[in-house]
Ligand binder design. Structure first.
Ligand SMILES: NC(=O)C1=CN([C@@H]2O[C@H](COP(=O)(O)OP(=O)(O)OC[C@H]3O[C@@H](n4cnc5c(N)ncnc54)[C@H](OP(=O)(O)O)[C@@H]3O)[C@@H](O)[C@H]2O)C=CC1
Ligand SMILES: Nc1c(N[C@@H]2O[C@H](COP(=O)(O)O)[C@@H](O)[C@H]2O)[nH]c(=O)[nH]c1=O
Length: 601
């Protein structure tokens, strides 16, 4: 009888192999889930960057180091994890929930892993932005590291679940990349009989204190919170994240009529900024009043959720929490801009034929038309039940992703893309390293002549508003800004202080601020060779900071901005190229000249 040794051996071999796979897959999956879990710790802070986490598992199979991106412009997760694992990196495996972005051309994450002696990298998802996608994976492979991507090199049910946790932790970025609006969550608290207020409109409180603390956490992970005018009139909300998390979202009111109270918690912008979005031409005198309170007013031709969300996309927001009543919620759902729902259900009955419900008129007449949530979760919080789920699935990695052209022109309506204009704005743009938020530390001489290190140009610029002012508060402020954990925090501190204490701003600020910026930029582009090459490589192109709202440093929405950041970079470029002997004085302008330029722009 014919006898095949292979026939005997193969099944046994395959079984052992399968078991090994199952074991190694479940280990890989659990470490990837851990990377996603720690990445989520800074949700809200990293915006507009993704949430990155890195777990290093030593050759002996122990977790040797962990790190996550704390905020935009801070050290990459991989660099932190490698530092924590130190010697144990040799022969270790690094688990990353997302492929690193390498926004700054310095390959910091890739270099850290390679130089530390990591031999295998497991990646949850590829970077969703096309110009960054696959670059780090290719770079690691070219350095002979084994790179396994979930769903590509590793496939199984366990791996699929781990992949989902990576998609969830960066859902805002994935939705943003796929649909060109920020990720939006509608949250409401309702009684068991489906009311969000009594028929009088009184709503405090439906959900328990524990549930409301959870809402503060949700707020802390969002870039902005939206309510409608009626909620402001009825509730006078604060809309702050009061759980001690640190991140402060913008507050946004949508009001067509602008028939809003003069006294409102939201008009106190000392600590938290507010935007009021309204219809073009609505109550001009009230618009002026709001502006005098430091509230930013944005006019829309026709105020509607879709246009507001597209505008917020242009401003770089990743995630928005809608905390409005049913009228606005219905309008937002019908426009397709709500992706996820959080419903806190309290075991209370209030009744009332006219008591409002969480979602107003959607025009549906048959139950078969009802919108069904997917990936629904149920969680008991104190006495309440939190039911959450998605209205639209989290996009996978093959959706419509902005092309290089689209991402470099942050707002395509500003100016049509032209090859002779290079736009930069967010640090993740192809030329994002030109942004003052890029994490390139600079060493600058201080008043005593010694050199001080500043974590970014933004830190240096913001702090210099208060340098030389003979007041202990101003001196502390300079130090506090210098040690701010991220450029975003430095900017917020500098702007808040300037708004709240204009008396502490140095008297010559308007006339010296361009020189301050010039010196900082000159240092940045002199000490980092790859930044210098990047700048020189743009020779012949016009550089424009595509900020739609900073009309001094940026280009504005329709080219109405003065674009001083772009101009300074072009001046530096020509100085580096030796084509010009001009100095910073050439473009220094007086306050009066600037006023004139603004008027003529
Ligand atoms: N329990 C809960 O979770 C919550 C309860 N509430 C309660 O809900 C009630 C308010 O509900 P409701 O009036 O529905 O909520 P909102 O005020 O949140 O939304 C309606 C208002 O939004 C403004 N708006 C702007 N654009 C639009 C648009 N395209 N479509 C619709 N509205 C737009 C209008 O303001 P304007 O009139 O100024 O032009 C409109 O009156 C209050 O009693 C409040 O206490 C509110 C939020 C959450
Ligand atoms: N009534 C109600 C909510 N209402 C929402 O919270 C807002 C008030 O926020 P703040 O002023 O910051 O405390 C209010 O305007 C409305 O948007 N939320 C809940 O979690 N549970 C509740 O029972």
């Amino acid at each position: 009888m014919g006898f095949s040794l292979l026939a005997l051996v193969t099944p046994i071999f395959c079984k052992a192999n399968n078991n090994n796979n199952i074991n190694s897959h479940s280990l890989d999956a659990s470490y990837i889930r851990r990377a996603a879990e720690i990445a989520d710790k800074s949700a809200g802070f990293t915006s507009p960057h993704p949430n990155f986490g890195c777990v290093i598992v030593s050759a002996a199979g122990k977790v040797a180091g962990e790190g996550y991106l704390y905020a935009q412009g801070t050290k990459p997760a991989e660099v932190l994890a490698v530092a924590a694992a130190a010697e144990q990196c040799k022969g270790a495996t690094a688990y990353l929930n997302m492929e690193p972005g390498d926004c700054y051309g310095d390959r910091a994450a890739v270099s850290a892993l390679v130089q530390a002696g990591i031999t295998r990298v497991v990646v949850g998802i590829r970077h969703p932005l096309q110009h960054l996608r696959g670059n780090a994976i290719r770079a690691l492979r070219s350095e002979e590291l084994q790179v396994d991507v979930l769903g590509e090199d590793l496939q199984s049910k366990t791996i699929e679940e781990a992949l989902k946790s990576c998609l969830l932790v960066n859902a805002p970025l994935l939705y943003r990349a796929a649909s060109r609006v920020p990720f939006a969550v509608l949250k409401y608290a309702m009684t068991l009989d489906g009311k969000i207020a009594a028929s009088s409109g009184h709503a405090w409180w439906i959900s328990s204190k524990k549930s409301r603390s959870r809402v503060f956490e949700l707020r802390g992970k969002s870039d902005a919170i939206i309510v409608g005018g009626n909620t402001v009139r009825r509730d006078n909300p604060q809309l702050t994240a009061r759980h001690g998390g640190g991140h402060v979202p913008m507050r946004i009111v949508l009001s067509q009529t602008l028939n809003l109270p003069e006294e409102a918690n939201l008009w106190d912008t000392a600590d938290v900024p507010t935007i009021v979005a309204t219809q073009r031409g609505a109550r001009k005198s009230f618009q002026k009043f709001l502006a005098s309170k430091g509230v930013e007013v944005v006019e829309f031709d026709i105020l509607n959720p879709k246009d507001v969300m597209e505008y917020l996309y242009d401003r770089g927001y990743l995630s928005i929490l809608w905390e409005c009543g049913g009228t606005l919620a219905a309008s937002a759902i019908s426009s397709g801009v709500i992706h996820k729902v959080y419903a806190f259900v309290a075991p209370k009955i209030i009744g009332g034929k006219n008591a409002p419900s969480p979602v107003g008129e959607l025009g549906m007449v048959e139950m078969t038309q009802a919108l069904e949530l997917i990936d629904v979760c149920y969680e008991q919080i104190g006495p309440d039940m939190l039911i959450s789920g998605f209205l639209h699935p989290v996009p996978d990695l093959t959706p419509v992703i902005p092309s290089v052209e689209e991402t470099s022109a942050i707002d395509p309506s500003v100016t049509a893309y032209e090859s002779s204009i290079i736009f930069f704005y967010k640090t993740w743009d192809p030329y994002g390293a030109f942004s003052n938020f890029s994490p390139h530390a600079i060493q600058m001489p201080c008043e005593s002549g010694n050199y001080l290190t500043w974590p970014s140009v933004e830190h240096y610029y913001q702090a210099h508003k208060f340098v030389g002012v003979n007041d202990p508060v101003a001196r502390n402020c300079v130090e506090d800004i210098r040690s701010a954990k991220s450029p975003e925090e430095a900017a917020r501190m500098g702007r808040t202080m300037q708004r709240q204490h204009p008396d502490l701003v140095r008297s010559d600020w308007e006339s010296v601020k361009i020189d301050v910026m010039y010196k900082a930029l000159k240092c940045k582009f002199s000490i980092y060779p790859h930044l210098n090459s990047m700048l020189l490589s743009t020779a012949g192109s016009v550089l424009v900071e595509a900020s739609p709202h900073d009309l001094f440093w940026g280009g504005g929405r329709e080219g109405e901005g003065l674009n001083y950041l772009g101009r300074l970079l072009m001046q530096l470029r020509s100085e580096f190229l030796g084509e010009s002997s001009s100095s910073s004085n050439k473009i220094s302008i007086t306050h009066q000249e600037r006023e004139n330029e603004l008027k003529n722009a």
